[in-house]
Each structure stands twice: as C-alpha cells, then as structure tokens.
Design a protein around this ligand. Structure first.
Ligand code: S3P
Length: 447
C-alpha cells in the first residue's frame, strides 16, 4: 500500500478513558437544516451546525442556488431562503465532495424547479449509485443524465410542470425518501411515499417544523408519508443535537478499554438512529441514559458508558436502518467480544462511502480478527486478543478510519489508518476529542 505519511494516523493501546464531552452536531440534521432554510421564506437560524466538509459543501450548494447564508462569530448560521420553487440557476457545476446525503437530497430539491444544474463529487461519491434517486425523480417530469451505471457526474433539468408521484421505496433509504419528499414541495398536489421499512425520519420532522403540509400514517404495507406541494415553508430556529453516529466511536472506545467511564452529553436519541445502543446493550454493555428531553422535535439525552465485557450476538436484519452507519464500529466492538457476532441484512454497506463489508473485513483480517462475509452478512469470530499492528486502507471512508483508530485503543499493537484526513468529512476534531478522554492517537508514529 502506498501511504502518504502526512495523512496517516495511528492509535495505541490505552485505558482509563474519563470525561464528560459533547460530540459535533448531527450530520443528517445539519444537511436538512441548510436545505430547508434555503427553501423557506424568512430567516432561519441554526445553532450547533456540524461544520464538517460534507455539510460545508451543502452550504455552498445552497448559496449557489440563491440562498443568502451567513456564519456568525458565535457559530450561529443564518439563512434567507428562496421560497418554494424560487431557486436560481447555479453558474457552475456543484461539487458535493464525499457526501451522498448532500447530492441525493439536493437532487430532490431541484428536480421540480425549472432550472438546470450539474452535480459531481469526489472519487468515492462518483462511484456510488444514483439510480435509486434518478428513477423516482424522473417520474415528477425531471430530465436527468448520469454517467454509465447511474453514476455522477449528472445533470438535471428540473420539471417545468411537475406532476405528483406515489412511490414505494424499493430500498430502505432515508436519502431516497427525503429526495422525493423535497421534490414534492414544488408540485401542485400530493406526493406520497410508502416506506415498507422505517428509516430515519428527520426530513418529515423538520418539514413539519417549517410548517409544511405533511401527514404520516402507519398502514399494513408500511409508513405512508404525504406532502402537499406548492405551500411556502416558514423559517424557524434549529438547534442541532449531538450526532449519535459520531458518538458511536467514543462509546465503543470506552467499552473496549479497561477502567473507562465517559459521558456524552446532548446526544440525539431519535429511535430511528440508536440501533447501535440497543445492540451493544444486548451484548452486555454498561450504558446508562439520563436527562432525556425533547428539543426542536428530536429526543436527546446524556449517555454514560463504562468498560464492559461484551458477548457476541446476532444482529437482526430489521435493525439495520437504525444503525446503518454504525456497522464498522460494531465490528470493532465484536472483535473484543466473547463468541461469534453475526450481522444480517447489511447489503447496503456495499454502496456506502466504500464497500464497507469488504473494507472492514480486510482491516479485521490484517489486525488478527477472524471474520467472514457474504453478499449481505458478516460474521466476526474473535480470538483471545486483537493483535493489531497493521495499517488499514480507508478507501476514502471516514467511518472506516475512525473505527480502526478505536480498535487501536484496545489492541495489543498500534493500529494505523492510511488516511486520517478523510475524518474531516463528518467529525472535525475527532483525534483531539478522543485524546482528551485518554486515547493515544497521533500522526507521527511516536506512540
Ligand atoms: C442518511 C441516510 C443513510 C446514511 C447516511 C445519512 C441521511 O443513507 O447512511 O450516512 O442523512 O438521510 P441511506 O439513506 O442511503 O441508507
């Protein structure tokens, strides 16, 4: 492997993680807050926005569509939106970097407004499937051209006279659901999505908060979500809670190191996002949640985690949507457990920022952990110790980098990742925050 030493990060065995911290704002909510603020009438104020590369790319995209965006010194972001159907045509191609959420949701926003846009991304994003959003967005009347295989770059000619759509989600994907709901905002009539398996519901919740005409009903074939289009959104204030997908790395680090006890304050506890907490508790993790409250329509609370001896379990397929981004770090927890862990129904991991089943499997094997994978499952059979000692190829995937740095905190020998810089797409300050708790992560190999 060719490794650029300036980007490499290593993590060494440690113990006794201690402290009370917060993690940066939730990525899903941050993208959506910018997009709805850019569409609403009036001034939207966002506090706690995640200022990571992915979200900053979405902010730039919203500015390119005509929203006025300002960041204040205290970290508050204020937006003046364009109104439903009011985006202007961007002067250039919009680059979403590494972010599937940014590009897919934004495609929905522009698909029903009569403007032309062109979207691209980095090497990882440009290999990810866009057919899952271009198929339903074409039903509204948008004309969309992609590269072969439905890949980016793509160009979208928004429908001049969009028509309402009823669509059954063929994959359990909040990105697809959200793209369709956002497209429905500028359509005369009702757009309905039928979601056979529930996925994260931040778009629905936030649309309601912005005064959209949205209704949800549970039926035998799934959740029916209907939005009545051509109604203006009203600007509002948003406080972004801590991201449970970022907290996941701290949680597992505390579990696998001796004599640790940490608290993560203000973490979002939306049930559609905390499947990892359920799973780790089934594995025997000592996790306590306190101070539960609801802010801006989202549940949040403080979570205290202590070192625990974990047991392997089978994680059922129907839990996958509520922890879809957490399987890489679950694989690390499972490497330190007693007995076999099996993850079922995780085929979607093959089309994330990397093929996460393949990349996790390679990283585990290189660090002495026996594992097996199939098209949509993974099994981890830990030995007595996790040897560590290898450098893991991150394949432009922030969650692979963070997961294996967590492994290093518990492994016998240090674990390195070839690209620590990619972490900035979702979790700026990751290494500093982990080190403030007692981790030993650095980039000079001197660990
Ligand atoms: C996200 C949805 C998930 C998740 C991604 C963020 C969102 O993707 O993996 O990191 O904000 O809607 P899918 O909808 O493709 O499962």
């Amino acid at each position: 492997m060719n490794v650029d030493s300036a980007k490499m990060l290593c993590s060494a065995k440690t113990c006794c993680l201690k402290g009370s911290v917060t993690v940066p704002g939730d990525k899903s909510i941050s993208h959506r807050a910018l997009m709805l603020g850019a569409t609403a009438i009036g001034e939207t104020a966002i506090t706690g926005l995640l200022e990571s590369e992915d979200v900053l790319n979405t902010a730039k995209a919203m500015a390119a569509l005509g929203a006025r965006i300002e960041r204040y010194r205290d970290g508050t972001w204020k937006l003046r939106g364009c109104g439903v159907g009011g985006y202007s045509e961007p002067a250039d191609i919009i680059d979403f970097g590494n972010s599937g959420t940014g590009v897919r949701l934004c495609a929905g926003l522009v698909a029903t407004t009569a403007i032309k846009t062109a979207f691209t991304g980095d090497e990882s994003l440009n290999t990810r499937p866009m057919g899952r959003i271009t198929d339903p967005l074409r039903l509204f009347g948008a004309t969309i051209d992609t590269r072969k295989g439905g890949r980016l770059p793509m160009r979208i000619k928004g429908a001049k006279d969009p028509i309402p759509v009823e669509y059954v989600l063929p994959v359990a994907s909040a990105q697809v659901k959200s793209a369709i709901l956002l497209a429905g905002l500028n359509v005369p009539g009702k757009t309905t999505i039928i979601e056979p398996v529930a996925t994260r519901d931040h778009t629905e919740k936030m649309l309601a908060g912005f005064g959209a005409d949205i209704s949800i009903s549970e039926k035998p074939d799934g959740r029916h979500i209907t939005v009545q289009g051509c109604k203006e959104l009203k600007a509002c204030a948003i406080t972004v809670p801590g991201d449970p997908s970022s907290a996941a790395f701290l949680i597992v680090a505390a579990l696998i190191t001796d004599n640790s006890e940490i608290t993560i304050e203000n973490m979002m506890l939306n049930p559609s996002r905390i499947g990892l907490v359920t799973t780790l508790m089934e594995m025997g993790a000592d996790i306590k949640i306190s101070n539960r409250r609801i802010r801006g329509g989202e549940e949040m609370g403080d979570i205290t985690v202590r070192s625990s001896s974990l047991e392997g379990i089978t994680v059922p397929a129907d839990r996958a949507p509520s922890m879809i981004d957490e399987y890489p770090v679950l694989a690390i927890a499972a490497s330190f457990a007693k007995g076999l862990t099996r993850m079922e129904g995780v085929g979607e991991l093959r089309v994330k920022e990397s093929d996460r089943l393949a990349v996790v499997s390679q990283g585990l094997t290189a660090n002495g952990v026996t594992n097996r994978t199939g098209s949509d499952w993974m099994e981890i059979e830990p030995g007595n110790t996790v040897t560590g000692g290898a450098t893991v190829k991150t394949s432009m995937d922030h969650r692979i980098a963070m997961a294996f740095l967590v492994m290093g905190a518990g492994a016998d020998k240090p674990v390195c990742v070839d690209d620590g810089a990619i972490i900035d797409t979702s979790f700026p300050g990751f290494a500093d925050l982990m080190n403030s708790l007692g981790c030993k992560i650095n980039n000079n190999g001197n660990i």
